[in-house]
Design a protein around this ligand. Structure first.
Ligand SMILES: Nc1nc2c(c(=O)[nH]1)N[C@H]1C(S)=C(S)[C@@H](COP(=O)(O)OP(=O)(O)OC[C@H]3O[C@@H](n4cnc5c(=O)[nH]c(N)nc54)[C@H](O)[C@@H]3O)O[C@H]1N2
Ligand SMILES: Nc1nc2c(c(=O)[nH]1)N[C@H]1C(S)=C(S)[C@@H](COP(=O)(O)OP(=O)(O)OC[C@H]3O[C@@H](n4cnc5c(=O)[nH]c(N)nc54)[C@H](O)[C@@H]3O)O[C@H]1N2
Ligand code: SF4
Ligand SMILES: [Mo]
Length: 739
């Protein structure tokens, strides 16, 4: 008899609740959970393909260990021992600082990815830390850190209540939203229009989101920061700045006004490729709207001026009085956010506390740019990377110049990958430790709950048993045990108990904590029996903003309460909470941080740069997810294809028909062309995550329709300097017909 089970979808940031059908010990169906407090039944094609993803025959079921040069199936004991030997040898000879770590995107979607990689990195004491963040949202972390004093003080558009939404450089109809967790983003945009609100989309491509908008501006890629500065210029110039309740909490207004003087709409119009009058209208409408929010994503972030653009999104939200008010841009409050301790200044946020060894790039958030990973492996000398740990990442396809990274990873002394697939990156590993499929893993959105447009808490325990294999928490714990010198066969529970002991010691000693002065032993005894990750989650919930404070607030959240509410607990609409999140030294919003003021000079200089020539931007597809969902029959083919989109006038000028040759600083590709009016002239778009034609990988369906690796056009030399983020949108290329 088929049964059903609930499981939060881990495949994108929307965090939809799924109802899975289980038959004969496997998942055979997935539909939206109508009773889910957050997603109310919404589902997309990827969520619907959960059974295929879970049962994919190409998923690794056993670990692989390299023997005589060949990756060979091994027992778990053999694989952990091989990991301990390989890693141990490098640790003894070169120390933890010689081990590099790359953390990929799904770490934001797993319990294990949230809880264990930080311990691995701390144990190594390495500065060679890389992640998908420097291909993604690092500019936002830096701008938030500089403005609010916390790099995770994310603002999200209050989608359900706003009157005027500006989406710049995002395509939530396809991506389902990012750094703004909202199940059914499409429905929420339609609801906005229905209640009389207005939607403006700023994107060089006429995306599905743009099609839904009242107005679509199509700027030249890479110019969002200048455009937003011009909006600020108009707000000052026409006396439309109105901080409202924010006024007493903001410093640096005059500096921003002075900076914005150089960015009059007429000054930036040619550079941005947008009519000056359009910019003025946008500014006036933003100011006039009862509430409004500007929301920026990949197209604003992964560009030459990514940190400036990410900052200016929030500057405009402040100038129009929309920061931290209902209908504006608000700070979500996650159930694992620490209980509020009131308004207190912090130490602020800085980058560049150390620099990459070879090309001297500054760290941001204790990470180095993934674009320098290859050179850090290749370049001999003190501090060279001698071993790599990758968890849930495929940088050979995700990061610039995969061919170079491919060679570098091949040369590294020892590599261990925690990944369910043998792919373009993990094929270089000496040991691959595959986690079980999502149906056999727990789920809690440690990161994404802090980005949700409505506060909520939901937990999914594993739906199916592990069948004798270790879960990802155990896999990562055993890596940590080796690094901490305890050996791979020590009890993995030690790792969690150590974290619990340290956290509770700190909390009980903190006068501002809800458990100040209580006994660590008493609190530890209150945690539930069960897996270590559940004990840690329970601890975090109880110490959190809605928590029961270990009994002191009896109605508060505990893990048991979440388990008793399988469709989740709604924690209400977003609430103003600026003073809780502010951690700047001044205790105010620092609107004009010196690092951003300085970088503005670079933007000013760029206004005069040439505007001809082609640039490449990215494109996402509804039935795709970065590099790793090209192996499922339900998602393959149709519109999910790796093609180059090009404007018909450009195609006619160049004589391009079915295929084109595209050249960039990193290489050359021959790609099928899709000619469409839905893209600005001079702009080409190509999705990333393709190029599944390398030998020795194990995704058969993907290899059958490999596509090309867009990132091979990019040599990774151009980064947003403050965040170290690779420029993935607005990459200069040349294009022509194939001969
Ligand atoms: N040109 C261009 N490049 C881009 C982008 C772009 O827009 N344009 N986007 C960038 C962005 S935003 C991102 S986030 C990066 C993504 O970059 P990466 O994170 O490096 O790449 P993914 O393709 O997401 O690879 C995810 C890996 O995780 C594995 N995986 C899946 N589930 C699990 C699990 O439960 N546990 C573990 N351990 N592993 C799992 C998959 O098999 C796969 O190997 O790509 C970036 N690259
Ligand atoms: N279906 C699907 N969903 C996904 C993913 C996926 O691969 N497939 N990936 C997930 C991940 S890891 C992430 S980070 C999110 C990303 O979520 P989004 O940021 O919403 O997704 P993108 O499609 O990268 O949207 C970026 C948009 O910016 C536009 N753009 C490019 N350059 C510029 C520019 O200079 N200025 C402006 N204004 N616009 C520009 C592009 O045309 C594109 O429409 O999506 C997530 N969801
Ligand atoms: S929108 Fe995202 S979370 Fe929702 S079903 Fe689709 S992939 Fe899963
Ligand atoms: Mo991403």
């Amino acid at each position: 008899m088929p049964e059903t089970a609930l499981r939060i979808c881990p495949l994108c940031e929307a965090t939809c609740g799924l109802t899975l059908t289980i038959d004969d010990g496997r998942v055979v169906g997935a539909r939206g959970d109508r009773d889910d407090v957050f997603s109310a039944g919404f589902i997309c094609p990827k969520g619907a393909s959960f059974p295929e993803l879970d049962n994919d025959p190409d998923r690794l079921r056993a670990p692989l260990v390299r023997r005589d040069g060949v990756l060979t199936e091994a027992t778990w004991e053999e694989a952990f021992a091989a990991m301990a030997d390989g890693l141990g040898a490098v640790l003894r000879e070169h120390g933890g600082a010689s081990v590099g770590a790359y953390l990929g995107n799904p770490n934001a979607h797993t319990v294990a990815g949230a809880l264990y990689p930080p311990l691995i990195i701390r144990g190594l004491g390495t500065r060679q830390v890389f992640s998908a963040s420097t291909l993604d949202q690092m500019p936002k972390h830096v701008s938030l850190g500089l403005m609010f004093g916390s790099p995770v003080a994310f603002t999200v558009p209050d989608l359900d209540r706003t009157d005027y939404l500006v989406i710049i450089g995002a395509n939530p109809l396809v991506s389902n939203g990012s750094l703004a967790t909202a199940a059914d983003f499409p429905g929420k945009l339609r609801a906005l229009r229905k209640r009389g609100g207005r939607l403006v989309v700023i994107d060089p491509a006429r995306t599905r989101t743009a099609e839904l908008a009242d107005r679509h501006l199509a700027p030249r890629p890479g110019t969002d920061a200048a455009l937003l500065f011009a909006v600020a210029h108009v707000l000052f110039d026409e006396d439309l700045v109105a901080l409202g309740a924010l006024a007493e909490h903001v410093t640096g207004l005059d500096e921003v006004q002075a900076l914005a003087r150089d960015f009059a709409p007429d000054t930036v119009a040619g550079y941005c490729g947008v009519d000056a009058e359009e910019i003025r209208t946008l500014a006036r409408e933003l100011a006039a709207a009862p509430t409004a929010a500007v929301y920026g994503r990949m197209g604003t972030s992964t560009v030459e001026f990514g940190t400036l653009g990410s900052w200016l999104v929030d500057v405009v939200n402040v100038l129009t009085g929309n920061l931290d008010r209902p209908g504006g841009a608000m700070f979500p409050c996650s159930p694992v956010a620490p209980a509020p301790r009131g308004h207190r200044p912090g130490r602020g946020f800085v980058t560049g506390r150390w620099h990459s060894r070879v090309s001297g790039r500054p760290e941001a958030l204790s990470e180095l740019p993934v674009a320098v990973l290859a050179e850090e492996i290749e370049t001999p000398g003190e501090g060279q990377i001698r071993a790599m740990i990758t968890v849930a990442g495929n940088p050979v396809l995700s990061a610039p110049d995969g061919e170079r990274l491919d060679r570098a990873l091949e040369s590294v002394g020892f590599m261990v990958s925690v990944d369910p697939y043998l792919n373009e990156t993990t094929r270089h590993a000496d040991v691959i430790l595959p986690p079980p499929p999502p149906s056999r893993a727990p789920h809690f959105d440690f990161a994404l709950n802090g980005l949700a447009v409505r506060n909520n808490a939901r937990y999914s325990p594993p739906v199916l048993p592990l069948q004798g294999r270790p879960d990802e928490a155990e896999i990562l714990s055993r890596i940590a045990l080796v690094i901490y010198g305890l050996g791979h066969d020590a009890d993995p529970a030690l790792v969690d108990e150590q974290v619990i002991a340290t956290t509770l010691a700190k909390e009980t000693a903190d006068a501002g904590s809800p458990v100040a002065g209580r006994s660590v032993d008493e609190l530890t005894a209150m945690l539930p029996d069960g897996p270590g990750y559940e004990r840690r989650l329970d601890m975090m919930l109880r110490l959190g903003a809605y928590g029961d404070a270990f009994g002191a607030r009896p109605d508060g959240l505990t893990l048991q309460r979440l388990k008793d509410a399988p469709h989740g607990i709604d924690l209400g609409p977003l609430q103003p909470r600026l003073l809780d999140v502010l951690r700047t030294p001044s205790g105010r919003v620092e609107l004009a941080p010196p690092a951003l003021v300085d970088d503005t000079a670079r933007l000013r200089d760029a206004l005069g740069s040439p505007t001809e020539g082609f640039v490449l931007i990215g494109r996402r597809h509804l039935r795709s997810n970065n590099s790793w969902m090209h192996n499922l029959p339900a998602l393959a083919g149709g519109t999910n294809r790796c093609t180059l989109r090009m404007h018909p006038d450009d195609a006619a000028d160049l004589g391009v028909a079915d295929t084109a040759v595209v050249k960039g600083a990193g290489g050359e590709l021959v790609v099928p062309v899709e000619i469409t009016e839905d893209i600005r002239r001079g702009v080409l778009s190509l999705p990333h995550g393709w190029g599944h034609d390398r030998a020795g990988t194990g995704q058969q369906l993907a290899a059958g329709a490999p596509g090309v690796n867009a990132n091979q056009l990019n040599d990774g030399s151009v980064l947003d300097p403050l965040s170290g983020t690779a420029v993935l949108n607005g990459v200069p290329v040349t294009v022509g017909p194939t001969r």
